[in-house]
Each structure stands twice: as structure tokens, then as C-alpha cells.
Design a protein around this ligand. Sequence first.
Ligand code: NI
Length: 226
Amino acid sequence: MLITIPDVLTPEQVTQCRQALDKAQWVDGKVTAGYQSAMAKNNMQVAEGDPIARQIGELIVGALSRNALFTSAALPLHVFPPLFNRYAGGQSFGTHVDNAIRQVPGTPHRIRTDLSATLYLSNPDEYDGGELCVEDTYGVKSVKLNAGQMVLYPATSLHHVRPVTRGARVSSFFWLQSMVRDDGQRSLLFDLDLAIQRLSRDHPEHPSAVQLTGVYHNLLRQWAEL
Ligand code: NI
């Protein structure tokens, strides 16, 4: 399942992030790439552990924790501290798959990357190209969102970023470990949650709302790993 989360950051928060990133230390993006992806990756990235990255990363994680659509779709257990990248001057990232396990920098913790996230910090009119292309079972999906919006997709997917031929594409990217590891199970829970919310809104007295809420929680109890 590939899902767009529309209002992760306000325009003011996007401006705040962009201004902070202008002052950050940018390095070659290969620093966090695995062996195969290092050969395909050509972009710039804020150094891991940069205090600016940590500060705006916390702003992003805070915004996500208050976002009901994100919580319902991702069922997050651990969120990797957000990283930041920039593509310009024809830079791109060829087809690759993200590493399955990532060490959280400066901690003994590792997370399993169930979902990959890209949060856009540039608007589409600021650059040409730069589409994130994700291969799923129905073909290749091409994604280019407004600043402040985020795409979530299974980290199991092959994906690439097309060359940026004008301007610059700035975004935050990170991974998360979900309480529900399997994308199919997580998608079922998300659909069920949306249907329950609609039923509860349109027919608040309907007894099936309570019954279906019970089914939702009992499935979550069976599938969740904490
Ligand atoms: Ni990737």
C-alpha cells in the first residue's frame, strides 16, 4: 500500500525546516547507503547527527505523532530519526531497495524498516524531474507531492528517484518499524479503520460500529508485535 499523508507540516513549519537546512552541513548521500544502493545513489544529504537535522527531525516526528491518518496507516512502533536530502543539477537515485535493518545512530537500537517515508520540503514548481517512482504489484507509481505532504510505501519495494533537471528537490526521508510487520495485514486494518470511522460518523447509533471496532482491536491484538 502506498499512501499520501496530506497535512504533515504547515507552510510555516516547511519554511522553518528549509531555513534551518540552509545552515546545515551537507555531505555526499552515499554515507547512509548500503553496498548496492551506493552505486545508484547520487545526491546530497545532511550529515547524520547534525544538530539542525536532529532539531527539525524532532519537529517532524512530533507532527507525525499527532497525525491520525499517519497513525492509522502506519501503526508505528519505532520511527527512525528523519534524514534530509537534496537533488539538483541532474542528480538522481537509481533503482534500489532500502536496507532491511538500520542502526539508530548513537544508540544500541536497531529497527526493522517496514515502511519508507518521504516528506516533501520543496513544492513541485521549484524543480523539474525528481519523481519518486515506486514499483508495486500493479506497476510503477510516480509520486511528486506538495511541500508538507508525505508518502508512505512498503520498504520492500524497489524504487528510484528520477534526475532533477532544474532547481532543487529537498525532502526528509526515514523509515519506521510498524507494530504490524506484514503490509497486507496493515492494509486490511487501515481499510477497516476507515470504514468504522465512516460508519460511526454517518450512523452513530448503529450497533455494528461497536462490533466492528471489536473486530479491529482483536485483529490488532493477534497481529501486533511490540
Ligand atoms: Ni530508498
